[in-house]
Structures are given as C-alpha cells and as structure tokens.
Design a protein around this ligand. Sequence first.
Ligand SMILES: *Cc1c(COP(=O)(O)O)cnc(C)c1O
Length: 495
Amino acid sequence: MTNPATRDIAPKSLPTIFECSVPGRKGHSLPPLPADADALVTEAIPKRFLRREPAALPEVGELDVVRHYTRLSSRTMCVDTNFYPLGSCTMKYNPKVNETVAGLEGFAGAHPEESEESLQGILKIYHDVSQALSRLTGLAGCSLQPAAGAHGEFTALLVAKAWFDDRGETGRCEVIIPDTAHGTNPASALRCGLRAVEIKSDARGRIDLGQLKSKLGPSTACVMITNPNTLGLFEDQMHEAAALIHEAGALVYLDGANFNAIVGRVRPADFGADLMHINVHKTFSIPHGGGGPGAGPICVRDFLAPYLPSPWVVFKDGRYMLERDCPKSIGKVRSFFGNVNNIVRTAAYLRQLGAGGLREVSGHAVLNANYLLSLLAGTYDVPYGIRCMHEFVINATRQKNLGVKAMDIAKKLLDYGFHPPTTYFPLIVPEALMIEPTETESKETLEAFAAAMLEIARLAETDAARVTAAPETTPVTRMDELAAARQPVLAWPKA
Ligand SMILES: *Cc1c(COP(=O)(O)O)cnc(C)c1O
C-alpha cells in the first residue's frame, strides 16, 4: 500500500534546521532609547533585579520564528491530523465550536476571584452540567471539581471514606480491584490510605465472582470496577457483583473512563454503581493528553452527596450561588472551580448532541470498534472473542514468534500515518495492542488502518527487519524510551 504519511512535507534528505539563531539578527526594531533611559529604568526597577548581561536568546527574524514553530507544529501527530486509536483514551474529534465557546471572553476572561453575581453564566453552566451528568449516570450528587479521571477516583474514594467514617465503620480500609484495571485505580486507593486488593479475571476476561466473594468482607470499603472493562467487554454479571458488594456493606465504584461505550443508553446507577468518575476529556471530546488538561467530575448516590467537595453551586431565589455551608464535605480538592474551560466544552458538547445524539455516539463507537475488529480478527489473535464494546485488545504473540513485537507494530504504524494503539495494556494480555477507533472515524479511515495492520502482519512474515527498524519516515526514528522518560531534555540549548 502507498504511504499516506504526508505530515512532513520537507524531503527526508534535507537537513532540518532546528538552530536558526544568527548573531546580530533581529526580529524587531524599536525607537532609539532616550538619553536618560538608564535613570528612568533604575527609578522603576530596583537595581538588584536589573540584568547585568544580555539574555542568551535566539537571534532570529520574525519569519524564522514563524517557520520554526509552524514546521514543529506540523510534526505533531494529533487527532486533527491523524487517526489516533489509543485504547481507553477515547481520542475522538473535538468539534471546533467547543473551542469557540470556551474561548468566549466571558468564560476565558473570567477571574476566579470575581463575585458570584458577575459569574452567573459560569455558575449556571456548572449547575446544568452537574444535572446533565446526574441524568446520564442516574447518580444524584455531582462534583465538577476534580481535574482528571485519576483525581476523580481519589476524590470519590475520599467521599466513600468520609461516609464510612461518619457511620463509625472505620475498619473499612481495603479496595478490591480487578487485574484488568487501569494503574490509577490502585494508586488512588493507596493515596487515600486504603489498601488495594487484586482479583484475577475469569477465562472470559470478566470479574470472577468466586474471587470477588473470597476477598469481600468487613474490611472492604469499595470495589472499583471498569465497565465496559479495559478488554472492551461488558461486565455481564454486574448485577450479581453489585449485589455481593452491597451485601458485604461495601460500595461499588465505577471507573467511568469507558463511558463512551454506553453513554445515553445505560445509567451506571442501574447496574449498581454508587460512585463514579467521568473523564469528560474522553467521553465528551476535549483535546487532551499532549493537547491539554481534562476534567474528572464525579457522580455519587444521594446519601453520599453531603460529602462531596465544597463549595457547590445551588440555585436559590432566582440566582446561582456557591453553597459554602457543607458541614460533612471533604472540603476542596481543586483551587477555585476546577478546569472551567473543559466544563464549558462539556456543556457545548452535551448541548449539541442532546440525549438522542449521545445514544448515537455510543452506538457508533461500538459499531466502529466491531467493524475494525472484524477486519483484523483473521490476521491477529483476539484473546477474548470477536465481539466487543467501544474498543478491543488483540494479541500479537503470533507476530512476536516471527520476531516482531507489539511495540514494533505500534512503531511501524507511524510510517503509515497512524498513531499507535495503546501497547502492553491491560497487563493480562501478552503483546497487547488495545485499539479504540471512536465514533468520529469514517469507514474509509478504519479500512485504511486495517490495511496497514494487515500489511505489517505480512511484513512480519516476509521482511521482519522493515518492521523492527520502524519508524523510518518520522522526523525522529526509534527512540530510547527509557532515557526519554528518565532523562528528558526539556531545554534548548541542552543545559
Ligand atoms: C484514562 C483512564 C483513567 C485515568 O483518567 P485520567 O483522566 O487520565 O486521569 C482511569 N481509568 C481508565 C480505565 C482510563 O482509561
């Protein structure tokens, strides 16, 4: 197949000019300094703050700067340029109208110290989004403070802990977590002073009820369940699991990162969830990952609502205000209101789609994933059945036996102009590639990606070195990922 990677338009053979500085070149022209400039400066700025030597800044013209940054921006692989099937991250298209709305002066220019009176619009959006999330989840209480999914997990576990403490159940110090869970689940439990207890999944990749029963007891505070789970499978014994958990006096925490598969169709409260977080930057678009921050609202059952972070927004006497009299609240978990711009984007997204639109979102997310899975299933091993929810996991052991690992396949995809899927997660699948196309991709894109995957599988059989040497077409080829993570070079010139 031809290579659709057209990101870097400069021919490969030309050296890329990264260091553009030329001594003496300037990008500005200022009027000459007045004769008494020195005196004026020392009057305005205390002497100890004055620079003794000129700053070591690049000496460049305006055009050099424009070209430098435009060139660099074109090297970014992002949702706006390339298919980005990063499993569990729901890298869907971000409608530009969301950006327009979030950029409106009243939102972007608001100061967090403004009075409630002048922030009525933002408070109304907070009120409306909380109510919408409560309707979608079936959970009456909502807090928009947490800054991300992991922060939502942490906040919700603090809420659960406060509720147990209030009831005198201080011995509940364990959180049961399936082995398919995201690493943030045990990390959040630990951060709240709770102990993570792992349960193994059954042969079908779901919660093993026997395992669950054996670990449940008077020390259990919560069981954290991801549904659909990270294998892209619906937990079809969710009702039974929730009944067992509630019988043991514990709470069901739902990791809502995969909400995109069921949003508008299933209310997590109806399958037993007591608390959950929503990654609005996954389910409700919003640029994230390298593209920006997210937000991780939590929804909880009514009896847990008094413990939510304070203050919260209420509508009283015809105006929106912040309720600060929240005696049982765990307090603040985020400065001011949280990531306001992402709550505004969420509001815009929800408004555009409405309940019917959201149903279509989850329907198409699941359809796209199943179509893609059907295109790959003959060539790659699929460990947990050929039906999935919004994402699926393939096992590249067949290719590894030919000398091509899951990571090599991921790297080779870059040469075809595709962002790699999530690799080596969930941990229970060897050589895992976790693929989530999302509902915003066309049939043609899914087919082009499948064609690249099949071509890579063919190369693994005929010319494995072409795969293990990848990527070949990107500005930076195979990296030492360990060094990149442990010793990142973040400044230029290198310090
Ligand atoms: C993304 C994700 C999280 C963590 O969410 P962040 O917003 O990245 O902190 C937790 N669980 C699962 C299953 C996820 O996919």
